[in-house]
Design a protein around this ligand. Structure first.
Ligand SMILES: *[C@@H]1O[C@H](CO)[C@@H](O)[C@H](O)[C@H]1NC(C)=O
Ligand SMILES: *[C@@H]1O[C@H](CO)[C@@H](O)[C@H](O)[C@H]1NC(C)=O
Ligand SMILES: *[C@@H]1O[C@H](CO)[C@@H](O)[C@H](O)[C@H]1NC(C)=O
Length: 415
């Protein structure tokens, strides 16, 4: 199968989050609503610290961070390990910023036991851990003048995560700690990191970066997508959702998915492994927690932009779909590209990718590595995990031994 045309990452991600982890509930024939929890979101007073961190005996503090375009983002800080009896160690610890992927929020990192989840492992290893959450997710539905009921609130794509959300998080952590920051991204968190660093946004605040299950080029996903995604058009999504919220738990999304699953020959149950790859190492209790808390809303425009990335095979800014519109926004008929080769060649980079990962396809990772071919050889560390698929990197019960310890070693080498 050649590169797919007009494929939708929207669908992919949705399927990743809905299907992959819960095929039975998500597509069980007797269920009308995909089995997702449609109840009201946990209020911010019961934020991520309270529900997922302090209950395990860790200190945790909630922050609000404002972006330059007025979004108010929520962050969590786990300043030290659970058994770190010492009184405040001041600013001695090395800060790490952790960035989640699309359609989830920072809680996705915290669903496994403290011995298994990345933020707590890092805290126990002596790091000052900061968890970022992007605009539109449960605790980031705030803006200085807009509210989520207005289309304008959702008028953004991952370009804005690159230009506003990530810089806001970096600047804030830097202002609080005075130290250059280690970055860890998963999935879309890798794309916005790579794009942002290629534009030189965090030159003064970034110390090193770890990319787990990297997503940059997406055009080789053909096998992963199989039959269903080929039917999902960018246009179809926009027509249905307009410039507005894309709520994967909402009725429209559910209708949209169901319609795709009704295509002849499409068996959504089997798509589990077709779409994300076979996750080797998930705990079913963790998966249940995941279903309760994720997926989260994003902007339809963000989904469209991701679909464009799949379709066009380049890492570029949002395409307004018409040369004159692009000209108006960018002064060029085509959207400007993010050139991965412009990431500073001496930036220490760790990349871990999985042999079973259908979203971060091995061939696409090769394209990414090709973009990094002029990187200083001793600054680039690459790990290939044969059995891992997309979700194993955030929820794998053995991710500590296989991936996280390597990340920690990599960070500790950057002194
Ligand atoms: C979204 O933002 C663009 C500029 O980036 C503007 O041209 C457009 O009118 C906006 N649309 C809405 C619905 O706010
Ligand atoms: C799976 O999660 C449950 C609930 O947190 C836990 O009791 C169990 O030990 C976990 N299993 C593995 C293999 O980590
Ligand atoms: C990206 O930048 C590199 C040098 O930094 C250059 O050789 C290459 O042509 C650029 N790629 C594109 C597509 O502009």
């Amino acid at each position: 199968m050649g590169p797919p045309d007009l494929l939708s990452l929207a669908l992919l991600s949705l399927c990743l989050l809905v299907l992959v982890v819960e095929p039975h509930r998500a597509y069980g024939s007797s269920r009308g609503s995909f089995g997702l929890n449609n109840g009201p979101a946990t209020p911010a007073a019961n934020g991520i610290c309270a529900t997922s961190v302090t209950i395990h005996g860790y200190k945790c503090k909630e922050y609000e961070v404002k972006t330059q375009d007025g979004y108010i983002l929520n962050m969590q800080r786990i300043p030290e390990g659970r058994d770190d009896g010492s009184t405040s160690t001041g600013n001695k610890k090395q800060p790490i910023l952790i960035q989640h992927g699309v359609l989830v929020d920072g809680m996705a990192w915290l669903l496994n036991s403290p011995e298994q989840n990345l933020p707590m492992i890092l805290a126990d290893k002596g790091f000052d851990v900061w968890i970022a959450n992007t605009r539109g997710t449960r605790f980031c539905r705030k803006h200085v003048s807009l509210d989520p009921g207005q289309p304008e609130f959702w008028n953004w794509s991952w370009d804005e995560l690159v230009s506003y959300d990530l810089p806001a998080a970096f600047d804030f952590v830097f202002s609080q700690t005075g130290k250059k920051i280690h970055y860890i991204g998963h999935s879309l968190g890798t794309l916005i990191g790579l794009a942002s660093f290629s534009e030189g946004h965090q030159a003064d605040t970034l110390k090193s970066a770890a990319f787990l299950s990297p997503i940059a080029y997406l055009s080789q996903m053909s096998t992963a997508l199989g039959v269903v995604a080929a039917k999902a058009f960018v246009g179809e999504i926009t027509t249905m959702f307009g410039v507005a919220e894309f709520n994967p738990k909402g009725q429209q999304a559910s209708i949209f998915l169901k319609s795709l699953c009704n295509y002849p020959g499409v068996d959504c149950y089997d798509l589990l492994s077709v779409i994300t790859g076979k996750n080797c190492c998930l705990n079913s209790s963790t998966v249940d927690l995941f279903i309760k808390n994720e997926p989260q809303s994003t902007a339809t425009k963000n989904m469209v932009h991701l679909a464009q990335t799949v379709r066009d095979g380049v890492i570029a800014k949002y395409n307004y779909g018409r040369p004159d519109y692009n000209l108006m926004h960018y002064g060029e008929a085509r959207p400007p590209i993010y050139n991965i080769s412009n990431i500073p060649h001496d930036l220490p980079i760790f990349i871990s990718y999985g042999g079973q990962d259908a979203l971060s396809d091995v061939q696409d990772v090769q394209l990414l590595l090709d973009g990094l071919k002029f990187h200083d050889v001793d600054k680039l560390m690459i790990q290939y995990v044969k059995d891992y698929a997309h979700a194993d990197f955030i929820m794998g019960i053995n991710a500590k031994d296989i991936v996280y310890n390597k990340v920690i070693q990599f960070f500790k080498n950057q002194l």
